[in-house]
Design a protein around this ligand. Structure first.
Ligand code: NAD
Ligand code: IPM
Ligand code: MN
Length: 361
């Protein structure tokens, strides 16, 4: 039968909780669709760091590389200075494994409670293509006189034709398979150097896709348009930092941060892709069973689709959406079930073949 090598990084806080739920869902999908996975846990995060000082070791990278795909929970801890784990593990992983694209669907599923009044599923089905390798995430910087009134910090931003072109080209290809529209989101009115490069690349790529229309929206205006009129977007292509920010907003449209999924895609075949919920380790609710595993479940669906398990992917997406639609609230003590119980509920829905939601995968 079909078998896939799967590396699992639970990470910190609610990361392992939602990842365990996703693995319960995966068990059900395997049983129903007749494939197996060989799973390897890779212990990365605050515990390992505080114990050994290790972030992303060469050994861990080798293990990850030897797998077909990676499921990731979340990393980050109040016990560690901000940036150490995030840069040293998450961003290092995305870079080491050449995960050029961060694919972040923003889809409201039928019956799911959204805080945006009047929003309907028909009006909310877009995908953010977030450049995943540069921008201000690798711009470098310097600080002098820290802790004095003379402190000065610079924080740069790197923008190459190569990486921007890779993201924009991906976005146009994706739009060809969808509703045929690409929107560039940037801040070209202030960040004129990077902005001009992005605009140039979009015009260059657009010329090769006569059937895909394109437009432009500033990132501040995007924060207004997204909740008010998401229907104007099909594929949004954007810089690493803007993509990070607007997809937390996108998550809110979908019901909350616990619902949004993502794929860090390696598109050159040089290493595995990595799938993770958009949210972080949520130390404020960790250990309580209050985390919604839907984002992890929908990330599993993206993972299965990328492995060629299309039927399983659709079933997982559909089952997750169905279970979400029945919840009174989408997070916390009033969610009506614990993280683990929701994992089991979604798994049962996969087994029973429930869920009438048309898959977008
Ligand atoms: P966060 O996403 O962890 O949490 C923000 C808010 O959303 C919190 O109130 C949290 O309780 C809630 N929330 C998050 N996920 C939820 C879920 N599945 N169900 C219900 N509620 C959920 O963001 P933060 O608080 O800014 O960051 C916490 C830590 O996580 C930091 O160390 C940060 O660097 C890290 N982080 C990691 C990732 C990642 O691993 N990819 C992503 C974002 C943040
Ligand atoms: C995310 C997170 C990460 C990012 C951080 C934790 C490095 O916010 O995956 O959205 O900025 O990409
Ligand atoms: Mn983020």
């Amino acid at each position: 039968g079909r078998s896939h090598k799967l590396a699992v990084i639970g990470g910190d806080g609610i990361g392992p909780e939602v990842t365990d739920a996703a693995l319960t869902i995966l068990d059900a999908a395997q049983d129903r669709f007749g494939f197996t996975t060989e799973r390897t846990e890779v212990p990365l995060g605050a515990d390992a760091y505080l114990e050994t000082g290790d972030l992303l070791t060469p050994e861990a990278i080798e293990v990850l590389r030897s797998n077909d795909t990676i499921l990731f929970g979340a990393i980050g801890s109040p016990r560690v200075t901000p940036g150490i784990l995030e840069r040293g593990i998450i961003l290092a992983l995305r870079a080491e494994l050449r995960q050029a694209i961060n694919l972040r669907p923003v889809r409201l599923y039928p019956g799911v409670p959204t805080p945006i009044a009047g929003l309907t599923p028909e009006r909310c089905d877009l995908v953010v293509v977030r450049e995943n390798s540069e921008g201000s995430y690798v711009g470098g910087g310097s600080t002098v006189h820290r802790g004095t009134p003379g402190a000065v910090a610079t924080q740069g931003s790197t923008n190459t034709w190569y990486a921007v072109h890779r993201a924009v080209d991906f976005a146009f290809r994706l739009a060809e398979q969808r509703r045929g529209k690409v929107t560039l989101c940037h801040k070209t009115n202030v960040l004129v150097e990077a902005g001009a490069l992005w605009l140039d690349v979009v015009e260059e790529v657009a010329a090769r896709f006569p059937d895909v229309e394109h437009d432009y929206v500033h990132v501040d205006a995007m924060c207004m348009h997204l909740p008010v009129s998401p229907e104007r977007f099909d594929v949004v292509v954007t810089d690493n930092l803007f993509g990070d920010i607007i997809t937390d907003l996108g998550a809110v449209l979908q019901g909350g941060l616990g619902v949004a999924a993502s794929g860090n895609l390696n598109i050159d075949g040089s290493a595995p892709s990595m799938f993770e919920p958009v949210h972080g380790s949520a130390p404020d609710i960790a250990g309580k069973g209050w985390a919604n595993p839907a984002g992890a479940g929908l990330s599993l669906a993206l993972c299965l689709a990328s492995l060629g398990e299309g039927e399983a992917a659709a079933a997982v997406e559909s089952a997750t959406a169905e279970v979400l639609a029945d919840l009174p609230e989408l997070s916390g003590a009033t969610m009506g079930a614990s993280t683990a119980e929701l994992g089991e509920r979604i798994a049962s829905a996969v087994t029973d073949g429930h869920g009438g939601v048309q898959s977008s995968l």
